[in-house]
Design a binder for this molecule. Structure first.
Ligand SMILES: NC(=O)c1ccc[n+]([C@@H]2O[C@H](COP(=O)([O-])OP(=O)(O)OC[C@H]3O[C@@H](n4cnc5c(N)ncnc54)[C@H](O)[C@@H]3O)[C@@H](O)[C@H]2O)c1
Length: 283
């Protein structure tokens, strides 16, 4: 029996809960949102798709195996970067930590700036660090893969670093050499890759939700994924969480420390860590 909770039932929480139900991953759902009318609507819409036990009592989150945290403000064409959401979403994360107190399962953090809230929940919110993992790297990696394919490079891309402006696409592991000028151009494209979706339909939905569902399955199977974790000294980085490949299980996470980064990538990762450490100090 697997119970999936969603704290925040907007675009992302709603679609992720729906996918967990219809894929058969979740046997039960616990759904919560401050907007009770939306919460009722999302619950009913899921039940119109599939018969599944659904609780909307926040106290039932403590019986869930996974909790997807996506409550809070999202970007709009006027909010350019995920980091700009920090001040508005910090009080929501703090309030959520109180409501989710005693939750023993895996907390999947989505609310942006996601790496910072991953750090907050792992280090300052009363959860065990082994419970917390941030989502974003799988989506960024898919977007990078798409960019590579459009360049005629039919390989799978990996993106580490910040889920944001300081993301670090890894070029050095590809079978072709990509010069720095082209890397910078690709990076610029990646930074803006979700904005056309936000402008066109209000926010991203299918991309993140699909990869969240995939992430839950990969965690169940103990497979390596790109996700956000407190670095605790890995790659010489401390004081923040950021995206890195890791084997994540219900019991914890093991960061893959064997990536061979070239100078361009190492420098970008250092900048990401510096930027995120500054924000993490403020939680
Ligand atoms: N990490 C990622 O890859 C990724 C991808 C997409 C979106 N996001 C982030 O996820 C968050 C949600 O995005 P969305 O598109 O679903 O937004 P949304 O506006 O559709 O949903 C957010 C929900 O949070 C609820 N909420 C607000 N305050 C709350 C509180 N105190 N308690 C409970 N619920 C509360 C709102 O009522 C709303 O339903 C944003 O911060 C967004 O930037 C992250």
């Amino acid at each position: 029996m697997t119970t999936v909770a969603a704290f925040g039932m907007g675009r992302i929480g709603g679609e992720a809960a729906y996918l967990s139900a219809v894929s058969g991953f979740a046997d039960e759902l616990v759904l919560y949102d401050i907007n009770t009318e939306l919460l009722r609507a999302q619950k009913l819409d899921i039940l119109h798709a599939k018969e599944i036990p659904v609780s909307t009592r926040p106290s039932d989150i403590k019986d869930a195996d996974y909790c997807i945290f996506s409550a809070g403000y999202s970007r709009s064409p006027n909010v350019k970067t995920r980091a700009d959401l920090f001040d508005k979403n910090l009080p929501i994360a703090k309030e959520a930590a109180g409501i989710m107190k005693g939750f023993p399962g895996k907390l999947i953090v989505l609310t942006n700036p996601m790496d910072v809230f991953t750090w907050y929940f792992a280090k300052h919110a009363g959860f065990d660090e082994s419970q917390v993992v941030g989502f974003g790297g799988l989506l960024d990696s898919r977007r990078f893969t798409l960019a590579l394919h459009s360049m005629g490079i039919n390989e799978t891309g990996i993106v580490i670093g910040e889920h944001g402006e300081n993301q670090v696409p890894l070029f050095s592991g590809l079978s072709v050499d990509v010069p720095e000028s082209v890397r910078e151009e690709v990076l610029l494209g990646l930074r803006g890759s979700s904005m056309p979706v936000i402008k066109g339909k209000g926010g991203t939905v299918f991309g993140p939700a699909y990869h969240i569902a995939h992430m839950l399955e990969e965690i169940e199977n103990g497979r390596e994924i790109v996700c956000s974790l407190p670095m605790n000294g890995a790659y010489g980085i401390d004081g923040c969480a950021l995206g890195i490949p890791a084997k994540v299980t219900k019991d914890g996470a093991k960061i893959n420390e064997s990536l061979k980064l070239d100078d361009w990538e190492s420098e970008k990762l250092r900048s990401a860590a510096e930027f995120l450490t500054g924000l993490c100090r403020r939680v």
